[in-house]
Design a protein around this ligand. Structure first.
Ligand code: NAD
Length: 285
């Protein structure tokens, strides 16, 4: 069994991006800029945002954190996004989710200029992804593909099962595996016999948010296991997979923490640098 070491790969990608950004800044005399808009005080979001800002600064991206009180109206937030869309120093915009209940996430996210939509959550980027066109791909599945590629894991013709069908992980993950010629099944909360489905998987990606959802008896011997879940286990963090027992059956497995999480950030930075490069070259999606 081999551990899919997301942390090391993330550090490698960040190192490469840092060198690339330095060369591009030398060439264009403009620094890449990213804006992260955080509305309200969600503790988990604050940790993610802090990590994003730190990683962006490390690679040489100007990260601007804009915090707004949860009482901000949707109109005011849309106005802020319009300003960021027009800001020449900002190449990528993130609106940290979840947003307060009085806002329509769809409307807010779709206001971001698709060329600055580095999360790839806007409808245009999603539509392009599902049509197999060039676009900004959501960071978590993009990071997972980078991880599988780094370990030369063949996807073509493989049975891939994704558990979870969220718009930010499960669905785009399924599509990205399909684009890489895997045969894809997406399971979700109404899947009647989950074990029957997961047992068939050569590649199993689990993005649910339930500790120990996937046990060793649900996994095909020699399968590749990617655990996206983040759950609290006392004062520790764990994934959705019973790591101790599943790792005895799997050929490759991601740890939690240190697997998918760090790569999500690396992939986001990669998207930001792409958005910046595209803008500097006068190109659009
Ligand atoms: P979500 O909460 O939006 O959706 C969960 C999905 O799980 C749903 O599609 C639901 O149908 C499915 N589900 C629920 N119970 C199930 C069951 N018993 N069997 C099968 N499917 C079931 O999910 P999300 O936003 O994609 O997040 C999933 C997990 O991944 C969470 O723990 C989240 O914290 C984590 N996450 C991690 C990263 C990272 O960078 N590591 C990024 C995003 C999300």
């Amino acid at each position: 069994m081999t551990i899919l070491d997301g942390k090391s790969l993330s550090n490698k990608i960040k190192g490469e991006l840092k060198a690339k950004v330095s060369a591009l800044v030398e060439q264009y005399q403009v620094k890449p800029g990213m804006a992260i808009v955080e509305v309200g005080n969600d503790t988990a979001s604050e940790i993610y945002v802090r990590n994003k800002v730190r990683a962006a600064n490390f690679v040489g991206i100007n990260a601007r954190l804009i915090k707004k009180d949860s009482s901000i109206s949707q109109e005011e937030l849309l106005k802020l996004i319009d300003e960021l869309n027009a800001d020449e120093g900002i190449h990528g915009i993130i609106v940290q989710l979840p947003l307060p209940k009085h806002m329509d996430e769809r409307v807010v996210i779709d206001r971001i200029d698709p060329n600055k939509d580095i999360d790839g959550f806007g409808i245009l980027n999603k539509g392009k992804l599902f049509s197999g066109m060039k676009c900004f791909q959501p960071a978590t599945p993009l990071g997972i593909i980078k991880l599988l590629d780094a370990y030369n894991i063949e996807l073509k013709g493989k049975e891939a099962v994704v558990v979870g069908r969220s718009n930010i992980v499960g669905k785009p993950m399924g599509m990205m595996l399909l684009l890489r010629d895997a045969t894809v099944t997406i399971a979700h909360r109404y899947t009647v016999d989950l074990k029957k489905i997961t047992k068939e998987a050569d590649i199993l990606v689990v993005a649910v948010g339930k500790k120990d959802l996937i046990t060793a008896d649900m996994v095909k011997p020699r399968a590749v296991i990617v655990d996206v879940g983040i759950n609290r286990d006392g004062d520790k963090i764990c994934g959705d997979v019973d790591f101790e027992n599943v790792s005895k059956v799997a050929s490759y497995i991601t740890p939690v923490p240190g697997g998918v999480g760090p790569l999500t950030i690396a992939a986001l930075l990669d998207n930001t640098v792409k958005a910046y490069e595209q803008k500097m070259q006068g190109l659009t999606l």
